[in-house]
Design a protein around this ligand. Structure first.
Ligand code: SF4
Length: 302
């Protein structure tokens, strides 16, 4: 058996930044207590558990607006996925101190979508239903409609005005292009605002570059992490390679890998390296290689 570590791996800059922001705030003795977080800082249970141990109260609920109802005083942390303007206003109106750990790429996508709205566009948003990032974007304006797939496009009404397709930062960049092509048949005027972040894009491209070379890809990451789930989808759909998603070494025990000769290991952008390493060490011993793909396909700086 040969094990190929598909690079790049490790925490993305958005996750590292969110962890720094929150750790710095927790070290500040003047921070107002209690400290609440609207959902998970990033989609990784280890990171979330470490914050709970530092007395951060992690709220769960239908929406960020509803979660705010549970807070009457102290500090609220906005997670890396961002929040809607309505959530921001409500937190301010309640007199809460705010720590904003929103990823810069998510903030940029909000700004770009707002600019298009100001220019008179309606927006179709390719995203994951009930995901916090999608919730934040949909809260910008009622002129934004979530679409998940071609069936959703079929159900849309005719429209001849200005129209753009924007993407959640962690979706499949190839699927975004495919949906845009499909939409062009119905709305020839539609523009594509491709906001898939580079951390997501390079991990997907690395998986696609393994096409025809592997029997199986193990995707390591949290099941709630959208970029992790997309890696599995991209492996199966774009690279044509069977894939399994495991959160930790325990999950791996459910699989018999003895029939596979070449196994690739990739990981979501919120998966710490130590978890990937534990999994690699549990795989049957064999040749070990790392493959780093070229960075030519990165989205140009804006
Ligand atoms: S995956 Fe992309 S959008 Fe999400 S936190 Fe990382 S850099 Fe930011």
């Amino acid at each position: 058996m040969e094990i190929i570590k598909i690079l790049p791996q490790g925490l993305c800059k958005g996750v590292i930044n969110a962890i720094h922001i929150v750790n710095n705030a927790l070290e500040d003795p003047t921070i107002k207590k209690p400290i609440y977080m609207l959902g998970s800082l990033v989609h990784n249970q280890n990171i979330v558990r470490a914050l709970s141990e530092q007395n951060v109260i992690i709220l769960d609920g239908k929406s960020r607006l509803e979660m705010l109802d549970e807070i009457t005083s102290g500090t609220v942390i906005f997670t890396a996925h961002g929040v809607s303007e309505e959530t921001r206003k409500k937190a301010r109106a309640k007199g809460l101190d705010i720590i904003d750990a929103t990823c810069k790429d998510v903030k940029l996508s909000h700004d770009i979508i707002r600019n298009y709205l100001d220019a008179g566009y309606m927006i179709l948003y390719y995203g994951m239903e009930n995901h916090p990032e999608a919730e934040g974007v949909l809260g910008i304006s009622p002129k934004i409609t979530l679409i998940r797939n071609k069936d959703d496009i079929e159900a849309l009404p005719a429209y001849e005005g200005k129209l753009a397709l924007a993407t959640q930062t962690t979706m499949s960049f190839l699927q975004a292009i495919e949906l845009h092509q499909y939409l062009l048949k119905k709305y020839p005027q539609i523009k594509l605002i491709d906001e898939v972040c580079n951390s997501t894009r390079i991990r997907q491209q690395a998986v696609i570059s393994q096409k025809g070379k592997l029997d199986l890809i193990i995707v390591v990451g949290d099941r709630k992490s959208n970029n992790t789930r997309m890696l599995k989808e991209v492996a199966e759909k774009e690279a044509g390679i069977s894939a399994i998603l495991v959160e930790n070494v325990e999950d791996l025990k459910a699989y018999d890998l003895s029939a596979y000769e070449r196994i690739g290991v990739t990981a979501g952008a919120s998966t710490p390296n130590v978890i990937v390493q534990e999994i690699i060490e549990k795989l049957p011993k064999g040749d070990f290689n790392s493959e780093l793909v070229s960075e030519d396909y990165l989205r140009p700086k804006r």
